[in-house]
Design a protein around this ligand. Sequence first.
Ligand SMILES: Cc1cc2nc3c(=O)[nH]c(=O)nc-3n(C[C@H](O)[C@H](O)[C@H](O)COP(=O)(O)O)c2cc1C
Length: 139
Amino acid sequence: MKTAIRYYSKFGHTAKMVEAVKDIVGAEPQTVAIPLGEPVDVLFLGAGVFMGKVNSQVNDFIKTLTPDMVKCVVCFGSCAIIKSPVPQMRKALELRGVKVSDMEFTCPGSMGLVKSGHPNADDITAFKDFVEDVLQQIK
Ligand SMILES: Cc1cc2nc3c(=O)[nH]c(=O)nc-3n(C[C@H](O)[C@H](O)[C@H](O)COP(=O)(O)O)c2cc1C
């Protein structure tokens, strides 16, 4: 199974998450500045939220995707106030006709004192468990 990881990380939270799962996924994490070079079965796509929005680079990356290039996207992310950045990514992906897994992951991501210290070790462990579950189910 061909996998890929793309992410946007302003303060290193999503970067910390992808670093923790790269060996499980079997793909080197790359930022959303790097388009997919070849078709993949599963793409893990992650980001945080700023002023209520996912960064425009994430949306620009999503615009490079087609159903031919990616069979299924698994969205994840972190945030301090809203429930999750995932619905924004899901909506943009589905508008392009790209299949998005029902499985998704969100953990707290600090904004100053709000959710301070997150994503922490427990968040990272939960994310690793999530990725293992996803790959087990998709296999
Ligand atoms: C300037 C700034 C603005 C933010 N705005 C929001 C927001 O509107 N809603 C929210 O839930 N989290 C917000 N956050 C929290 C980030 O989404 C959170 O820190 C996330 O983990 C960042 O991930 P990253 O470092 O991988 O980009 C904000 C954080 C900062 C520093």
